[in-house]
Design a protein around this ligand. Structure first.
Ligand code: F6R
Length: 608
């Protein structure tokens, strides 16, 4: 949801800003821009489309300033044109912004009445004019920002650059992340530590309401109450991660293939393999036996991980689990039990709706456990306990390895809760742990079906609509399969509980409709077969994702089978994610789509 960068150094910064923006491009890629001071004058380069367009512009018209700000955009207000690209600027100040200024209309009217002329369709431009207005009234840059910030409503991370101020950058944060990086005679601002990793691993995370004044050697923080504060210096692990595609064509392919390894790594963190039990790598700050109810909230793929976890937690821990997408949960004023546990699930740990759900739950006295991939994220910092997924940075916009690592953590958590509550015997725990340990091998085995999956892509790429069906934990996986396909191939797809088909969606079935059935050989397999027969009877083209037993017992004409290794069914959703992801990936690649940066999307959704 937009990435922002600021650098103040003793050498030209444009190239470094672009490098940082490349690492932030996952947050949005509709347009990009930067501003530096050239002999004290604010000078901008901006370009619509991907970052490479800005790079081309900079090749033709380089910038040499030693202080600058940069931006990669995911459009909220105004089309993704060059004119709407950040930085937005007046004669005196330039600004880059991640977030939404909710009261921009009234501010714009007020400033227009005072003679300010607006040239873009964005909400951000009011910030530049508001600060400009304060500067014109004689305030210093810091005073102007201090006066302007309280007038902004909404969510923002901002970086400011001022005409003639070669030694001053200002950053501000409310509801959108911003980190400060400490270099040698250089200071940095960035939407995340990953962006700054090539330059420094010494980081401070700003708190909500903070603003910061940077010179080349120091950072001075002020909190929301106007008090001067210090923020801890941390060592960021981000530089340990190489951001490249390895031998793969796309980040998504690399991340799909990494899954046996990262799921294995996550399991090793949560299991005592020699004892055959789950050993959580943290103490629970509450007594699981006293918990009366669990609420899960998340968005998109992370929500589907939560939905699968509901099956596991209810079964193992005998606790009722309520789950809702965060954009609904945050506003529906859900009553919450005093002894409740809220689990938030998020790769980024910054998703605005999930974060708001977390805060609502906190206000309502819940214990907060966050399953996050970015352990320095806002959600992680605002939780009572963090259950990290060890997926490593996920760059492809479509979530793959973060999803299976979320499932892995949630599976371990469900088992741990069951044991702690006495609803799961040590013997059953041992069996479940053995099944979990088998998963990385099964995922690697599933990966061997890639060529067969790829061969299905040309026919499926012709479909206008695709249905995914599943029962039990395969139902949320069907939802995830449909999401994966639509977001990267732009083919319309829907996931349904297989048993729900006859209540309406079956009307869609005809010879042109591929129906992908996720059917591990489990206790509901026979029921799924009945639903497959209903599809076959109406001419639907069935593609089965299942093992030998499933293929043998399905007893209907299948257009194809994606053959999975035989496995215990409880955690099959983790291994069955592999063919689901590979199928979407190969269809999209066959169609020539940009799988790593699909249109209209961004990886970290820090606006509502
Ligand atoms: C889909 C996808 C999104 C995210 C969602 C939540 O492939 O990646 O649906 O899962 O935006 O993001 P996080 O997990 O960062 O909260």
């Amino acid at each position: 949801m937009c990435g922002i960068v600021g650098i103040i150094a003793n050498e030209p910064v444009a190239e470094k800003i672009v490098e940082a923006l490349r690492r932030l491009e996952y947050r949005g890629y509709d347009s990009a821009g930067l501003a530096t001071l050239e002999q004290g004058h604010l000078t901008r380069r901006r370009a619509a489309g991907k970052l490479k367009n800005l790079e081309e512009k900079l090749r033709q018209e380089p910038l040499h300033g030693t202080i600058g700000i940069g931006h990669t955009r995911w459009a909220t207000h105004g089309r993704p044109t060059e004119n709407n690209a950040h930085p937005h600027a007046t004669k005196r100040v330039a600004v880059v912004h991640n977030g939404i200024i909710e009261n921009f209309r009234e501010l714009r009217e007020e400033l227009t009445a005072q003679g300010h002329v607006f040239v873009s369709e964005t909400d951000t431009e009011v910030v530049a004019h508001l600060v400009d207005h304060e500067l014109q009234s004689g305030k210093s840059p810091s005073e102007a920002v201090a006066a302007a910030l309280p007038r902004l409503r909404g969510a923002f991370a901002l970086a400011f650059l001022f005409e003639g101020a070669e030694g001053l950058l200002i950053g501000a944060r409310l509801g959108a992340p911003l980190a400060v990086g400490y270099g040698t005679d250089a200071m940095y601002l960035g939407s995340d530590a990953l962006a700054l990793a090539p330059f420094t691993d010494r980081i401070s995370y700003m708190e909500d309401g903070d603003w910061v004044v940077l010179d080349r050697n120091s950072a001075h923080f002020t909190n929301a109450k106007g008090q001067s504060v210090t923020r801890p210096h941390l060592r960021s692990q981000a530089s340990a991660f190489l951001i490249d595609k390895g031998n793969h064509r796309h980040f998504m392919a690399k991340e799909i293939h990494e899954q046996p390894e990262v799921v294995g790594r996550t399991l090793a963190h949560y299991l005592d393999m020699s004892q055959g039990c789950v050993r959580l790598p943290f103490d629970l700050p509450f007594d699981p036996a006293q918990i009366s109810r669990i609420t899960i909230t998340a968005c998109g793929t992370a929500f589907f991980a939560g939905l699968i976890a509901k099956y596991w937690i209810e079964r193992f821990a005998r606790l009722p689990v309520e789950i809702d997408v965060a954009s609904e949960f945050r506003y529906r004023e859900a009553p919450m039990d005093p002894q409740g546990l809220m689990i938030v699930v998020s790769q980024s740990g910054e998703t605005a709706d999930t974060l708001a759900g977390l805060r609502y739950a906190k206000q309502n006295g819940q214990n907060i456990l966050s399953v996050v991939n970015v352990t320095t994220s806002t959600m992680a910092r605002e939780s009572d306990v963090i259950a990290p997924t060890l997926a490593g940075p996920e760059i492809g916009v479509a979530s793959t390895k973060a999803f299976t690592c979320q499932l892995t953590v949630l599976a371990c958590l469900a088992v741990a809760l069951g044991r702690a509550r006495g609803t799961l015997s040590p013997e059953v725990e041992k069996t479940l742990v053995t099944e979990l340990i088998a998963l990385p091998g099964l995922m690697a085995e599933a990966m061997k079906r890639e060529a067969a999956i790829e061969s299905l892509a040309p026919a499926l790429a012709k479909a206008k609509d695709v249905l995914y069906l599943g029962r039990g934990t395969s139902y949320p996986l069907a939802l995830e399969g449909a999401l994966k396909l639509k977001e990267i191939s732009y083919i319309h797809a829907e996931g349904y509980a297989a048993g729900e088909l006859k209540h309406g969606p079956i009307a869609l079935i005809d010879e042109a409709m591929p129906v992908i059935v996720i059917a591990p050989f489990d206790h509901v397999f026979e029921k799924t077969v009945s639903n497959m027969q209903e599809v076959a009877a109406r001419g639907g083209k069935l593609i089965l994702i299942g093992d030998d037993n499933a293929e043998r017992d399905s007893a209907v004409a299948l257009q194809a089978t994606i053959k999975m290794p035989t496995m215990a069914p409880t955690f099959s959703a983790i291994a069955y994610s592999i063919p689901v992801q590979l199928l979407a990936y190969h269809i999209a690649v066959f169609m020539g789509k940009d799988v790593d940066q699909p249109r209209n999307l961004a990886k970290s959704v820090t606006v509502e």
